[in-house]
Design a protein around this ligand. Structure first.
Ligand SMILES: [Zn+2]
Length: 322
């Protein structure tokens, strides 16, 4: 039997991308975009955090999954998620709700707050969800992540988390962080790869683990219907092989956060050539930062410093000429 056709995603969106100087900041704290019904992508503002992470909310019939809580402490994300869940439940209340009032009982609708991995820019908003009714906030280490999802053979075992009519497949993808997970949503064909594959700087913490992870991601994508590969940040420009400096507060020429399976495969092939060479390795769609020594940190931080001064003075370059 052929798998069902995935629900199409509306990826035609201009994301908030910061301001050219501190005096011209005007982005909202969060941008909310509905990729499809029950599939929401949220971006945190570069005015608040240069990381500007993307946060995914998937809503099923019985519960929702929030993937990451972003780089900012506070209640803005909690309020936004509460509103999105309420809207989702209101929109799907059936006409016979009078006779079956419990079928769509908002109080019984659960929320799982999980993380692509537990670096600070993905878990900073956790506290706001700690006291939310019907909510599970998944722990941060490999043991907690494995226990929650039921992954006993970490990281290779592929397990299913069902949101209610919406099965998600989850498995471990260490390399950038020991407790990183990938998530595939069969409903939309979205493959979420966190900070392990995205159009930006992939910081490699464990090269051997990442080699294995990238192989498994490519194999998984070839065996499933994957329409889009999505990570948590964008740090590249639209010019192949050119990234914005670390800490950039303004990215007017950034590409879409969505990548293709072909780009995932290219990233895998590229990494094989540089996996054990400490340094910064630039490719068309991604930049691999291998190791944490001076070969990586010095150029990154020098560029970051120059960028910060230019941004504070308001003398950042405009869009590069086409
Ligand atoms: Zn991150």
């Amino acid at each position: 039997m052929a798998p069902p056709t995935p629900v199409a995603l509306d990826t035609d969106v201009t994301w908030i991308h910061g301001a050219p100087s501190p005096r011209r900041r005007h982005d909202p704290p969060l941008q909310v975009h509905h990729l499809a019904p029950g599939t929401v992508l949220i971006r945190q503002s570069k005015d608040l955090t240069y990381e500007a992470p993307f946060i995914l909310l998937l809503l099923g019939e019985r519960r929702a999954l929030l993937l990451d809580t972003g780089a900012v402490d506070g209640t803005a994300l909690r309020q936004t998620v509460d509103r999105l869940v309420a809207d989702h439940l209101a929109a799907r209340t059936p006409p016979d709700a009078q006779t079956t009032p419990n079928a769509y009982d908002a109080d019984a609708y659960e929320l799982v707050v999980a993380h692509t991995h537990s670096h600070g820019d993905h878990v900073a908003g956790d506290a706001a969800f700690a006291d939310r009714p019907g909510t599970t906030v998944v722990g941060h280490d490999v043991a907690s992540v494995g226990a929650f999802f039921g992954i006993s053979a970490w990281p290779t075992e592929v397990v299913t988390l069902d949101l209610g009519g919406r099965p998600l497949e989850v498995f471990g993808i260490p390399g950038h962080h020991a407790a990183s997970i990938a998530l595939h949503d069969r409903t939309t064909g979205l493959l979420h790869t966190g900070d392990t594959v995205y159009p930006g700087r992939i910081y490699v913490q464990d090269s051997d683990a990442l080699l294995d992870t990238l192989d498994r991601l490519v194999t998984f994508a070839e065996e499933r219907t994957v329409t889009h590969v999505l990570g948590c940040h964008v740090e590249m420009t639209r010019r192949p092989g050119h990234d914005y400096p670390l800490g950039s507060r303004y990215q007017p020429d950034e590409p879409s956060p969505f990548m293709t399976v072909a780009q995932l495969r290219s990233a895998r092939d590229a990494f094989r050539a540089v996996a054990h060479r400490p340094g910064i390795h630039r490719f068309d769609d991604v930049v691999f930062c291998v190791g944490e020594g001076p070969r990586v940190l010095v150029p990154l931080q020098l560029r970051a410093l120059v960028e910060q001064v230019r941004w504070r003075l308001g003398i950042l370059r405009r869009r590069p000429a086409p």
